[in-house]
Design a protein. Structure first.
Length: 216
C-alpha cells in the first residue's frame, strides 16, 4: 500500500506522498480537508511506531468519507519528531501508515495524500506544525486552494498551521489534546480565521455535506 502513489523525503525531513493525481477534469485549485493524524484520525499513542497499536477514530473516518463523497481531497499532515529523536524511523512510520490506509479502505474511506515532518521541535523547521510548510507543499503538489481549505486537528498547533497557511477555518477534534487545547484554539480566531470547537464532528459532517467541488 505504501508503494501506491509517489513519495519522497525532502532534505529538510519532510515526507511528501500523493496517492492520486488530480482528476483530469479539475479546473483550477481545489479545496482540501487537511487532517492531523495522531489524536485526530487515529488514537493518540505517544511516538506511535507499532502498527498493531494503530486504532482509527470512528467519527474522523466518517468525516473522511464525507469529504470523499463531495470530492474534497483529504490530506494528512502529521508531526513525527520521534524520527529525529531516534525513537523510530521512516520504515516504522510507513508501516503504521500502511495499516491506517488499509483500515480506512475497509471502512470505505480514502486519503489523497500524506505529509509528515520528522524534525525535532527545537529546530523549528518550516514543515513542523504550527509552521505551515506541509500545507504549502501539499498545495503545490496537489493543486489545492488553501484559501478555501479547512484543517481538522486535536491540537491548537494544527489550527495554527492552518491559519499560517491562509486557511479560513479550523476544526478542533475532541480526542487527543482537544480538551486541553480548547482555549488556545479559540484564541486563534480572527476576522479571517474561524474556529469550531463544539460538537466538531457533527458540525464538520454537516458543513462538508453542504459543500461541493462544483461550488467551493
Ligand atoms: Mg494530533
Amino acid at each position: 500500500m505504501t508503494t501506491k502513489g509517489v513519495h519522497s523525503v525532502t532534505e529538510g525531513g519532510m515526507w511528501r506522498q500523493s496517492f492520486y493525481a488530480p482528476p483530469a477534469d479539475t479546473q483550477g485549485p481545489r479545496p482540501a480537508l487537511f487532517v492531523d493524524r495522531d489524536g485526530t484520525l487515529i488514537e493518540l499513542v505517544p511516538y506511535l511506531c507499532e502498527s498493531e497499536k494503530m486504532k482509527l477514530i470512528a467519527p474522523a473516518v466518517m468525516a473522511v468519507r464525507q469529504a470523499n463523497a463531495v470530492g474534497i481531497p483529504v490530506v494528512v499532515v502529521t508531526n513525527q519528531s520521534g524520527i529525529e529523536r531516534g525513537y523510530y524511523d521512516w520504515k516504522d512510520f510507513a508501516a503504521v501508515q500502511q495499516a491506517m490506509v488499509a483500515e480506512l479502505e475497509r471502512a470505505g474511506a480514502k486519503i489523497d495524500a500524506v505529509y509528515a515532518c520528522a524534525s525535532h521541535p527545537a529546530r523549528n523547521a518550516p514543515c513542523r506544525k504550527p509552521n505551515p510548510g506541509m500545507l504549502l507543499a501539499a498545495a503545490e503538489d496537489n493543486a489545492l486552494d488553501l484559501s478555501t481549505s479547512w484543517i481538522l486537528g486535536d491540537a491548537a498547533t494544527d489550527l495554527q498551521a492552518g491559519k499560517a497557511a491562509g486557511l479560513p477555518k479550523g476544526w478542533l477534534a475532541p480526542g487527543g489534546y482537544g480538551t486541553r487545547d480548547r482555549e488556545r484554539a479559540h484564541a486563534l480566531a480572527c476576522d479571517t480565521f474561524s474556529v469550531c470547537t463544539d460538537n466538531t464532528f457533527n458540525a464538520l459532517a454537516k458543513a462538508l455535506n453542504e459543500r461541493s467541488t462544483l461550488a467551493p
